[in-house]
Design a protein around this ligand. Structure first.
Ligand SMILES: C[S@@+](CC[C@H](N)C(=O)[O-])C[C@H]1O[C@@H](n2cnc3c(N)ncnc32)[C@H](O)[C@@H]1O
Length: 310
């Protein structure tokens, strides 16, 4: 056996590896970048079309787009149009957290540093076409599943686990402790705040959990509680029951007709009922029916402006 040759550049494999390892971001600095991004996003929405300044999110958001869905209804495509998410090629690797229905590990607060350093990606496919989706070609080392949460998007409203791309991004940001990034994304959708309202308790508990085992416990307890509630007899005519038999996703002040895609069972998965042309409603451009606009204005976001001022 001959003598082991010294490495040509004098550095061992380990040294080379550590050289290529990205240094971790400081989470405090990252948190202040998140805050700045939220401020910039609110400013951007308030600005006129002509002076819309682009702003950068502090970590990359990406998406593999399979072309299964109607681009006008798809939430992921809308985020791409808004410049918040970039497209990945099939076979392209992503080094951050990848949200995948095929993953077996839950996303948890322990993923915070990976998200801050390398970002977050989703796979924009149809829930009806998971069998045709080449998951193996969407490569990365941090594949994650989301714990039990309820969808608020118009098509899958009320269904557990089948979240849209924007809901999946937002849920992850809440769980790892960057809720302002969730706000930046959800503000782009009229129903965005309903996702947080529906899942507030669970998101709070998941984000405070110490590990995946604790998350599973939270999930089990929640489901057991929901099961017990189901067993209670419900009398919809009992006006004193304190229950509200209304869909949270419908604004009770608005008597506008339910948009087709709200009830559609096609694959659109509820991007949003607006098209690009009507996206101005959230950005302050003219709307035909002021009453309708007032009724559908997201209220939570006013709170965001106040919080930023304070
Ligand atoms: C199946 S696509 C449907 C997208 C839809 N067309 C839309 O408008 O956003 C949603 C993607 O979000 C992520 N996602 C949603 N729910 C998830 C969950 N429970 N666990 C992991 N990832 C999830 C995955 O990347 C999934 O492929």
């Amino acid at each position: 056996m001959g003598k082991k040759k010294p490495p040509r550049d004098g550095r061992s494999a380990k040294q080379k590896e550590s050289h290529y390892k990205k240094t971790s971001k400081n989470l405090e600095t990252f948190a202040s970048e998140v805050h700045d991004a939220l401020e910039a996003s609110v400013r951007q929405d308030g600005a006129g079309e002509d002076i819309k300044a682009a702003f950068k999110l502090p970590c990359p958001l990406a998406m593999w787009e399979l072309g299964h869905c109607d681009p006008k209804k798809c939430t992921g495509r809308k985020l791409i149009r808004k410049g918040l998410v970039r497209n990945l090629r099939i076979n392209q690797r992503f080094s951050g957290v990848i949200l995948s229905p095929m993953a077996t590990t839950y996303v948890s607060p322990a993923d915070k540093q990976i998200v801050a350093d390398s970002g977050l990606a989703v796979i924009d496919c149809s829930w009806a076409k998971l069998d045709e989706t080449p998951f193996a070609k969407m490569k990365g080392s941090h594949l994650r599943l989301l714990p039990y949460l309820i969808a608020a998007n118009p098509v899958n409203y009320g269904r557990p686990c089948k979240l849209s791309c924007v809901e999946a991004f937002a849920a992850t940001f809440c769980i790892v402790g960057f809720p302002d990034l969730a706000t930046i994304l959800l503000r782009k959708f009229k129903w965005g705040k309903v996702f947080i309202e529906l899942n507030k308790d669970l998101l709070d508990k998941y984000s405070n959990s110490q590990n995946v085992e604790e998350m599973l416990k939270i999930e089990r307890e929640f489901l057991a509680g929901a099961h017990d509630k189901d067993k209670e007899e419900i009398d919809p005519f009992d006006v004193e029951s304190g229950r509200e038999f209304s869909n949270l996703n419908r604004d009770i002040r608005s008597n506008r007709k339910v948009n087709e895609c709200d009830t559609d069972e096609d694959d659109s998965d509820g991007g949003d009922e607006e098209s690009d042309e009507s996206e101005g409603e959230e950005t302050g451009s003219e709307v035909e029916n002021e009453q309708e606009a007032a009724a559908s204005k997201p209220v939570i976001w006013k709170g965001v402006k106040k919080r930023l001022r304070d």
